[in-house]
Ligand binder design. Structure first.
Ligand code: GAL
Length: 337
């Protein structure tokens, strides 16, 4: 395996550092800004190599477009109602960056940090270790935070994400990753031909601003897999209100398989209870290189604790005590079937 590091100083974007891991004819690329996964080039069943992630060639695009492409998300993924939460007896007033609500850790979340990086190379794997910090009371959260996000890519096209977060005061932590997959490759077709193995999927109903209602819905399916086209085009008001999906799905098995007819699949392995699926329902923009992003051009699989858990569950595991360490692992395994 080979590693290339590109300092983007040449185009005036001096803070941006891109790191690519080359695994034979496959490639995965990361960016220090937001500890992002920007590109994942893999073959289909006919040996055609294409990018299965949404990303931008010009890193300054990540400053402009608010969709969190490939980014590390934190301190907390999803929305917190009205930016209000109480931990212990301490009321928090978090940045309201999504109407009245708090989204994806606020305006100075993990996605906005320029992470330091280290590279560890071994025979069959490469790890990129991104480190950064957040100061006490950034976006209203107590605690100085040390953040380590370790991406490990192995020869068998397995991307492992290890999070390790420490705090010096009681705070909230619920990180995830915001890669958008399109297994058709190179954005040439939308994700409506993808399937996922949620089976009789239980999902959390949400209100019109995507806040959990505390009630669950079930998608009855005779198949083990559910077709995205059916869900996105479903007359169920839960889905039609957004013209698609923006919902937490319960992890009922240890893994979730996302597939396409071209043979590519991604297996998500996680111990988290929930996977938030967002199907880029409202996308309609072009980036600096003219790449066009359109409705359903990608979907996220965000493994996490439920959004707004702190307001739904008094003993929420999103509370990290002073001096505590948060650690979790999420794996995305690429396969050709
Ligand atoms: C998702 C969120 C969506 C939208 C998106 C970014 O994780 O659930 O509502 O905000 O991020 O555009």
């Amino acid at each position: 395996m080979k590693v290339n590091v590109k300092n983007h100083e040449d185009n005036g974007a001096s803070n941006f550092i891109g790191i690519s891991i080359i695994n034979g004819d496959r490639k995965i690329s990361f960016l220090n800004y937001g500890a992002r996964v920007c590109e994942w080039i893999v073959p289909d069943k006919d040996g055609k190599h294409e990018d299965i992630l949404l990303g931008h060639e010009d890193p300054t695009d990540y400053l402009v477009h608010p969709y969190y492409f490939g980014a590390a998300i934190g301190r907390t993924a999803g929305r917190i109602r009205n930016g209000e939460a109480v931990i212990g007896s301490t009321p928090l007033k978090l940045t309201q960056n999504d109407g009245p609500h708090h989204l994806h850790g606020g305006s100075h979340g993990f996605d906005t940090l320029y992470f330091d990086h280290e590279i560890e190379e071994q025979e069959d794997r490469v790890s990129i270790i991104f480190n950064s910090t957040l100061d006490d009371m950034t976006d209203g959260y107590p605690g100085n935070l040390d953040i380590e996000i370790r991406y490990t890519y192995t020869e068998d096209d397995r991307l492992t994400i290890d999070y390790r977060i420490t705090t010096d005061q009681e705070t909230l932590v619920n990180p995830t990753n915001h890669m958008y997959f399109n297994l058709n490759g190179d954005l040439k077709d939308d994700i409506l031909n993808h399937t996922v193995n949620f089976g009789n999927a239980e999902y959390g109903k949400v209100d019109e601003m995507v806040l959990p209602l505390g009630e669950n819905g079930i998608i009855k399916s005779n198949e083990k897999t559910i077709a995205f086209r059916e869900l996105v085009e479903s007359p169920d008001p839960q889905f039609s209100q957004f013209n698609g999906l923006d919902h937490p799905f319960m992890m009922t098995e240890e893994s979730v398989v996302l597939s396409t007819p071209n043979g590519r699949s991604i297996i998500l392995e996680s111990e988290d209870p929930v996977v938030v699926v967002f199907t880029s329902n409202d996308f309609n923009f072009s980036d600096a290189t003219g790449r066009r992003f359109y409705p359903y051009c990608g979907l996220t699989l965000e493994a996490q604790m439920p959004p707004d858990d702190i307001n739904m569950n008094p003993s929420s595991k999103t509370i990290l005590p002073a001096g505590g360490t948060f650690a979790k692992r999420t794996v995305y395994q690429f396969n050709i079937q």
